[in-house]
Design a protein around this ligand. Structure first.
Ligand code: 8ID
Ligand code: ZN
Ligand code: ZN
Length: 352
């Protein structure tokens, strides 16, 4: 089976960090021997895409001469390189943040591919999913079951996988309390649902119009509004009768991260996921020793985490709270993200 592939396509690109985001015609890439060419139907818009455009992390983005962002791409395989195994034309495939890794270093050998020093990142070091046709290493591309809606599954490819792995990192048992800080954003609204599906009780922290309603729709139990609650740690300790057993930090706020060390329960785990520019996680050494809590970083997930997170979605245990827009509307979506006004996740239709 072969599919007609155009020579050029629409994409959103930028030529320098913080520069104009232009909706323009660019060449359709040719897959390397190890790569799939995916006709991207929909792409989620992650806050990481905003960091990549701003250039506010200590890791430079690839600009040669431009970058195509996006790393939550869901689409259809239309071509592949000669060395690709296990895929066929017409399969549904997902573009993840981890586009490819060396598969040879100790981290790759142990299944920690996201920690590979040679990791190739979609929408950061490798042109991503804000285009109609994108390439992905066939080993890391996500297999998407045919029963899945491609718009709805898009956010699972970064946000879903990331929060699923973060919840595993928190090492919780059914019935325990997990706090999700940034609970109504893209990652947060999925974290609440995965946590619920794992039998956990969820306290959420976020603020702004419609956030509490979305949190409750996702299955959250207690909502703390950071814009009106004067003592957030005290409110959470009271609601959970002693503090959250685990905390998933998905806000883009250094202050919120520091506060999470104050409301985690003794022997609990603070998981760092959100990446506010230049942030430092301050933890009182006295409190950390006496309460014996842990602080752990969690960075997307490996291939097994990806498959499992997709499986929760395809079985209907989690749903994506999405709003669909056109790819050309990306600059407006970034403005809304900067203002903290997005409920759940924006997904862009790459053909519009
Ligand atoms: O693998 C990883 N570690 C990984 C993967 C994917 C994304 C990390 N991230 C990072 C992103 O780069 C970003 O820094 O996670 C962060 C959150 O991504 P997102 O969920 O895509 O962002 P969002 O949709 O804008 O949601 C952020 C939420 O945080 C709330 C906002 O209201 C919003 O709902 N928030 C903020 I900003 N300040 C808060 C505060 N002080 C807060 N919530 C509670 N307290
Ligand atoms: Zn992401
Ligand atoms: Zn490696």
């Amino acid at each position: 089976m072969s599919v007609e592939i155009p020579k050029t396509q629409k994409a959103v690109v930028f030529y320098k960090n913080g520069g104009k985001l232009t909706y323009e015609d660019i060449d359709v890439p040719t897959p390397k021997s190890n790569e799939l060419l995916i006709n991207v139907k929909y792409s989620g818009v992650c806050h990481t895409d905003l960091h990549a455009w701003k250039g506010d992390w200590p890791l430079p983005v690839k600009l040669d001469p431009y970058l195509v962002g996006g790393h939550e791409g869901a689409g259809v395989v239309v071509a592949m390189g000669d060395n690709v195994k296990g895929w066929k034309i017409g399969d549904y495939a997902g573009i993840k943040w981890l586009n490819g890794s060396c598969m040879n270093c100790e981290e790759c050998e142990l299944g920690n591919e996201s920690n590979c020093p040679m990791a190739d990142l979609s929408g950061y070091t490798h042109n991503g999913s804000f285009q109609e046709y994108a390439t992905a290493d066939a080993v890391q591309a996500a297999k998407i079951p045919k029963n899945c809606d491609l718009a709805e599954i898009a956010p699972i490819l970064c946000a879903g996988i990331t929060v699923f792995k973060a919840l595993k990192t928190a090492d919780l048992s059914p019935g325990q309390w997990v706090a999700v800080s940034g609970a109504a954003g893209g990652l947060g609204s999925l974290a609440v649902q995965y946590a619920k599906a794992m039998g956990l009780r969820v306290v959420g922290i976020d603020g702004g119009e419609g956030k509490k309603e979305l949190f409750e729709k996702c299955g959250g139990e207690v909502f703390v509004d950071f814009t009106s609650e004067a003592d957030i740690p005290a409110a959470i300790i009271k609601a959970t009768n002693g503090g959250a057993h685990g905390v998933i930090n998905v806000s883009v706020s250094e202050k919120a991260i520091e506060q999470s060390t104050q409301y985690v329960r003794s022997n609990g785990t603070v998981v760092l996921v959100g990446l506010p520019a230049g942030a430092v996680c301050k933890s009182s050494v006295f409190d950390q020793v006496v309460k014996s809590y842990k602080i752990a970083g969690s960075y997307v997930g490996n291939r097994a985490d990806s498959r499992e997170a997709i499986d929760f979605f395809s079985r209907g245990l989690v749903r994506s709270p999405i709003k669909i827009a056109g790819l050309s509307e990306l600059p407006r979506i970034y403005d809304e993200m900067i203002a903290g006004k997005i409920l759940g996740r924006y997904v862009v239709d790459c053909a519009k």
